[in-house]
Design a protein around this ligand. Sequence first.
Ligand SMILES: O=C(O)CCC(=O)C(=O)O
Ligand SMILES: [Fe+2]
Length: 271
Amino acid sequence: HGDHEYEGWQYPLSDCDQRRSPNSVYNDYRCYNSHMNLIPLRVEVLSKNPALLVFHEFFSKSRIANFLSMASEKEMEETSVEGAEGTVKSRTRVAHGTWIDHHENIVASDMFHHIQSKFNTIDFDRAEAFHVLRYGPGGHYAPHYDMLQHDTAVELVGNRIVTFLTVLKTAQKGGGTVFPRLGITVQPNPGDVMFWFNMEPDASKAMDSLHGACPILEGEKIGATLWVKAFGQEFLTRCPMKEGAPFDYNPLVEPRKSVYDEALLSGLHLF
Ligand SMILES: O=C(O)CCC(=O)C(=O)O
Ligand SMILES: [Fe+2]
């Protein structure tokens, strides 16, 4: 594949060849202190500003398998963009997609509940429906920002402060998620979650959150995105008490190492 085949990409495709970040801060189990509960998650902090985290093995294999088989029964549409000449096939996002409501069926509901219970520093009720994207060979999503244009809905519920991307299936070759401005390409495993902030604490766009899905060279990639809206999230973090910056990132990017590490690493079973 040559670069010319990925119209609209605009960044060096060689960015996609980078593997893990050289500056991964933690890659082990850490505890999030939230609502007086310690939530153990195996977290890798790839960037602190903007926060970019990978939660390893967030979902069990069976949850992922159930979600995939449920999603495969849905009609997936070729993603498109609306232009002056009507709706045309998108060249910046070459993939098939569909929306699945949080409680559309028992599988989605179980998935959603798992997210809410493990991760209660974020109010996922304030997220859009699951957006499932399937990329085939040559599929890709050129680097972009997830924040929406300002409109009435954004005014009411805030913009997309956080992207919570569940990795359902990975390509055999290619298909990493690239952050060109951070110099990071993430190649997670099915069941992992990528989590990042699209907004600065003052609600402006986090310029370094620019990201895209690298071209699939072999196989197929499937992911499910939850875009979380900003309003209300500030009440779930420890009091930041900073005017104009109502969201405190630090508890997320500096989770505490827990006394349970040994048990977790030696295979304590979490359901
Ligand atoms: O599939 C990916 O790796 C990125 C998806 C993405 O950027 C999005 O859905 O907004
Ligand atoms: Fe995105």
